[in-house]
Unconditional design. Structure first.
Ligand SMILES: [Zn+2]
Ligand SMILES: [Zn+2]
Length: 167
């Protein structure tokens, strides 16, 4: 069995690869349009009167807003792809994170998302890491130490609970 089959830890680098290239392309295109066209246009037409925010403050706020929107686009593509590998409803979650305001959709997603599905070592069906048996073929997905019956993880050479050698 693949020792990493039930490894549910992911690094930020791995997570960034989940976002499809088109997601980065859309966010990049937005940044170019925003900083090359929209922002100069706003700054050129803005003539703050005394008492209104000065031009430099408007520029900082616009930079922040532009960057946040780019991040938002990347996150939408992330949720869309991530929901797929977790056997969740991609369309539903993508719409929820777009339309629920104040990033509450994203918070809900990260609280409620399922563990990443893995292939069953026998039949290849997608199984969640918390499954004990494959729902498609009945293969046992966890192994127990023959000496103490504790659950042992794939790849262990010896039981972590009683020291028995595992083959
Ligand atoms: Zn199976
Ligand atoms: Zn044991």
């Amino acid at each position: 069995m693949n020792p990493r089959a039930y490894d549910t830890k992911t690094t930020l680098k791995q997570e960034l690869k989940v976002v499809p290239a088109v997601g980065y392309a859309v966010a990049g295109a937005w940044l170019v349009v925003f900083f090359a066209v929209v922002m100069p246009l706003i700054l050129r037409t803005a003539h703050p009167k005394p008492g209104e925010p000065p031009l430099w403050l408007i520029a900082i706020l616009l930079t922040f807003a532009g960057a946040v929107l780019a991040l938002w686009v990347v996150m939408i593509f992330y949720v869309n792809a991530d929901a797929g590998r977790r056997q969740m409803n991609r369309t539903l979650w993508t719409l929820l994170v777009i339309f629920i305001p104040n990033a509450i959709g994203f918070i809900l997603y990260f609280v409620l998302r399922h563990p990443i599905a893995r292939p069953c070592p026998k039949c290849g069906a997608s199984v969640r890491p918390d499954f004990v048996f494959c729902p498609a073929c009945g293969e046992s997905l966890t192994s127990a130490c023959p000496a103490c019956r504790h659950t042992v993880e794939p790849g262990w050479a010896a039981c972590a609970f009683c020291g028995a050698k595992l083959s």
